[in-house]
Ligand binder design. Structure first.
Ligand code: ATP
Length: 249
């Protein structure tokens, strides 16, 4: 962790501490320079939603947890920002479901893939899948390469902090997609099966806890009810209203 000398009394203390994790990720070679910019976009949206988890995010998290537990071959796709921000929680989620972690990068390098895998293993992951040059899905970028045991055969992919092309390609390939994206108007949020409009640092710990709770207590019928209750367009509309309200006078 890079030590930030920001005092706790600073109004943006939490946001600045989260930023430290991304900067640390960059120094470790886990996060790309482009990842810094994507994080800045996320920060802006987080400011607009008031930097807290709203009811629309909790509704999506409940449905996402149920969907992950009912999926046959769920996979958790990890990019450089997700790894830098929530390594422990991704590992906990992976164990709880269970679902393998698979590294998948837009700005791909074998070194960065290896560093992310090592970082997740340091944080307790058993297995971390890497993309294979021989297996491609329909995306026109480095992200088309996937692991034959992972995303290639997954029926559901949890892809936090995604770009729209890949989300649409995964949907076109017949896979269900759960995303975490602070922008409710992004192509990713719109095309995903379930969109959790919240900061990944708040959403993934809650998701991991709810997966554990539901796994211990819920019947398959109750899980199916959770999914049934989720209304994608209503959730995105509520998130957009929250942002608009920020500017109402
Ligand atoms: P799309 O292609 O889906 O329209 P985009 O071009 O904005 O989206 P990227 O540049 O890849 O996609 O950005 C990733 C998304 O992740 C952005 O919408 C950004 O708001 C969001 N994001 C960034 N950091 C976080 C975070 N910490 N938590 C949740 N969402 C985040």
């Amino acid at each position: 962790m890079t030590p930030s000398d920001t005092p706790q009394s600073h109004p943006r203390y939490t946001s600045l501490r989260i930023r430290d994790r991304i900067v640390d990720g960059l120094r470790r070679g886990i996060t790309s320079e482009h990842g810094l910019l994507a994080h800045g976009r996320g920060e802006a949206f987080d400011y607009l939603v008031g930097e807290r988890t709203h009811a629309f995010a909790n509704a999506a998290i409940e449905a996402a947890a149920a969907k992950m537990l009912l999926a046959k071959t769920p996979v958790i796709s990890v990019n450089g920002n997700a790894a830098a921000l929530v390594p422990d929680d991704l590992v906990k989620l992976s164990r709880a479901v269970p679902a393998p972690l698979e590294v998948n990068l837009f700005h791909r390098s074998e070194k960065r893939e290896r560093l992310i895998r090592e970082f997740l293993v340091e944080h307790g992951a058993d297995t971390v899948l890497l993309p294979s040059k021989n297996y491609a899905n329909g995306v026109d970028s480095n992200r088309r390469f996937v692991n034959p045991m992972g995303i290639s055969v997954a029926d559901l992919v949890f892809v936090p902090l995604e770009d729209g092309d890949r989300c649409e390609a995964l949907r076109a390939a017949g896979k269900e997609v759960i995303t975490v994206d602070l922008n409710p108007a992004s192509r990713t949020a719109e095309s995903a099966t379930i969109a959790i409009v919240d900061n990944i640092v708040r959403a993934v710990p809650i998701l991991s806890r709810i997966v554990q709770d539901l796994k211990a207590t819920a019947t398959p019928e109750e899980l199916a009810d959770n999914i049934e209750r989720y209304e994608h367009t209503t959730v995105l509309a509520a998130a957009r209203r929250q942002i608009v309200d920020k500017f109402s006078v």
